[in-house]
Design a protein around this ligand. Structure first.
Ligand code: PFF
Length: 446
């Protein structure tokens, strides 16, 4: 396919990949995990695990996309013709539907809260923010309206393609996001009593480190680097030949980790300055923080910046997830990008509505003991993503030739990389990564 779209520059590709990695996971889970798992001790473990385990898994996904220059299904088919490995690509193209079903619902919530902040509705210190959140998310119309708006924006970016849509958008949004979160962090750290939040984040407490800490760190790094649902594979397939594999992945992981730490510095000092104990997930973002903003001078300004940041972090991730099935459909069925986007969004609109309504109208529907929102979340993270990642590393380690993998890692020798490093990465992919991913998978299931 000669007219395949591609990223215009290596830098643009890098920004888009960082945009995918930096998302809700960085803002609402990482800071909490750090604080409850030994502060700096967790950060050190997280970084070491990324270097030795997650990066080799990242390289594997990246390599498959880059060598094949195709969608998830065709990629495995091209590299292993007349085999059944294409199924991995199909699995990879299914998980985005599951993830987007709930991720976009939350994206819609962030838009709603942004609107609330801008219209000065997060100003009252006596408001019950917990009830406000529950009332909103359990509603029949409002959350759906914001879900549709959020989906429309995703569709608009992805319809414009890789270079003119995703790359351009990410290049504008990512610097804006980083500047805003830096600004919030500076302000947050200067609040009286902020030191307790910094201590929560950075005081190295090795007594809190347990085997669970390692699994939590690796699971988080995995989700945070968008692995296991074909995103990095698909993005890599649009990156030009001359870009270097190893540095691109390392830069993405570095940006993602630094941003996660920055998000912690923006959130935790403010939480502790107001004497609140931190939670994670929606409770932190949509209940605790609005409460804090309403109590502080310039609260509306910071609430606006904050919810705008959440929205931007979410959308640069969700467009990357949407691109996976869009590329798959447009290439396999030879249809226009716009049509592929419409098909994918139609499905996600239906599943998204189900997820959103499971917070209210459909809350009594439980499958395997979970409401629909949790079911989509659980099955994507704990079944589809882990299975895809496991099969991808097995594919790269056992099915592809060692020479093909090591050549790709060093860009056919054009990039001077220590051969010991390349060999180390290869054997990690072959022997260690499958075991680790299998452990994460088993732990996630039981
Ligand atoms: N990395 C994103 C986050 O941390 O929020 C989530 C994500 C994006 C997961 C893309 C998977 C994916 F393919």
């Amino acid at each position: 396919m000669n007219d395949r779209d591609s990223f215009g520059s290596q830098f643009g590709a890098l920004v888009a990949m960082a945009g995918s990695a930096i998302g809700l996971g960085n803002m609402w889970r990482f800071p909490y995990l750090v604080g409850t798992n030994g502060g700096a001790a967790f950060i050190i473990i997280y970084i070491v695990l990324i270097i030795f385990i997650t990066l080799p898994i990242f390289f594997s996904e990246y390599l498959v996309g880059r060598i094949s220059k195709a969608n998830t299904f065709r990629a495995f088919k091209k590299l292993a013709p007349s085999s059944h490995w294409g199924i991995v690509g199909i699995l990879a193209a299914i998980s985005p539907f599951l993830i987007l079903s709930f991720y976009c619902v939350v994206g819609g919530w962030s838009l709603y809260y942004l609107l609330k902040a801008v219209t000065l509705q997060l100003e009252s210190p006596s408001a019950d923010y917990s009830a406000m959140f529950t009332n909103f998310v359990s509603g029949k119309y409002e959350p759906l309206l914001f879900l549709f708006l959020y989906l429309f924006l995703n569709g608009w970016v992805v319809t414009s393609g890789i270079k003119n849509g995703i790359e351009k958008f990410s290049k504008i949004i990512m610097p804006l996001l980083i500047i805003m979160v830096m600004f919030i962090a500076i302000w947050s750290m200067t609040l009286p009593g902020a030191g307790a939040g910094l201590k929560f984040l950075f005081y190295p407490d090795f007594s809190k480190v347990t085997p669970h800490t390692f699994l939590a760190a690796i699971g988080q790094s995995f989700f945070s680097l968008s692995l296991g649902c074909g995103t990095m594979l698909t993005y890599a397939s649009y990156i030009k030949e001359k870009s270097y594999v190893v540095p691109t992945c390392i830069y993405t992981a570095t940006a993602d980790t630094l941003f996660a730490i920055l998000a912690g510095m923006a959130i935790m000092p403010a939480v502790f300055a107001y004497g609140i104990s931190p939670s994670q997930g929606p409770g932190l973002v949509f209940v605790t923080l609005p409460y804090i903003f309403s109590h502080m001078p310039l609260g509306t300004l910071f609430a606006t910046l904050f919810f705008f940041s959440i929205f931007l972090a979410a959308i640069t991730s969700s467009i990357s997830i949407l691109e996976v099935p869009v590329t798959f459909i447009l290439e396999e069925f030879k249809i226009k990008r716009k049509t592929a986007v419409k098909i994918c969004l139609s499905v996600i609109t239906v599943t998204g509505i189900l997820c959103s309504l499971s917070e209210g109208l459909l809350k009594n529907i439980h499958i395997f003991g979970k409401d629909l929102f949790d079911l989509f979340d659980f099955s994507s993270s704990n079944i589809f993503m882990t299975t895809t990642a496991l099969l991808t590393v097995i594919f790269v380690g056992w099915k592809m030739k060692k020479g093909t993998v090591t050549n790709a890692l060093s860009n056919n020798g054009k990039r001077k990389i220590n051969p010991i490093y390349v060999t180390g990465v290869y054997y990690t992919i072959k022997y260690i990564a499958p075991v680790i991913v299998a452990v994460i998978m088993i732990r996630g299931l039981f």
